[in-house]
Write a protein that binds this ligand. Sequence first.
Ligand code: HEC
Ligand code: HEC
Length: 199
Amino acid sequence: MKRNTLLQAALLTCGLSLSAASVAGGASGAMLAYTCAGCHGTNGVSTGPAGPSIAGFDYDYLVDSMHQFKAGERRSTIMTRIAKGYTDADIEAMSKFFADQKYILAAQEYDKAAAKRGGKLHKKYCNNCHEDAGTLQDPDEDTGMLGGQWRPYLSYTFADYQAGEREMGKKMKKKFKSMHKKAGDKGIADLLEFYASQK
Ligand code: HEC
Ligand code: HEC
């Protein structure tokens, strides 16, 4: 599968073995975060499409995501294995470190007309929770980051949601369904262009 090819490429280029994840207890967030850099970039700013950026993410979202991965509650190619190597305290320290970094939007090519259509869909169905084109994580809603995130990552995420392999919140599901009913898979493609167009 294409996803696995991407992942293999990430593993090869980052040159990290998974055992690097098992750092002795009491390590600082910055030290722990170093083991994430191969796939998520230095300080969480990903420079390649295989890994999503996680710099500047909301602290609670990071902690929750890691726990979901660890418990196998969120679909993952690799993160469940990685998250299992960390204690609650490690996860909190790393999340604090990444939350303190600055989110940098990934520069990507995009289709202008599609991005415009996607922008309209976003405004109508998604902006309530994913404000500022999805570059702002609503701490009350614990939302994910969309604008400026790498397109392949978001594209797989949409596929996982649609296949029911990752659970959407009830309220998002309702909006997502209305969007899909109106615009179909083309709507998803347009949304992806819109998020990629954010600078
Ligand atoms: C070998 C590559 C790799 C390494 C190393 C890695 N990740 Fe990931 N990470 C991924 C991939 C790929 C995903 C997408 C989910 C999946 O397929 O597992 C992801 C997803 C995530 C997400 C969810 C992002 C979102 O937008 O919801 C978080 C948070 C995360 N990783 C944190 C970490 C932390 C913290 C570390 C270091 C302890 C780490 N990752 C190490 C590849 C990696
Ligand atoms: C009622 C609030 C709400 C609405 C409306 C909403 N979302 Fe979400 N969204 C969330 C929450 C909460 C999460 C994080 C949940 C999780 O961990 O799966 C999320 C996560 C996501 C993610 C995963 C991000 C990541 O980093 O992995 C994507 C993609 C996404 N939403 C797209 C959309 C799109 C597209 C729409 C409009 C059709 C939309 N959302 C509407 C609340 C919402």
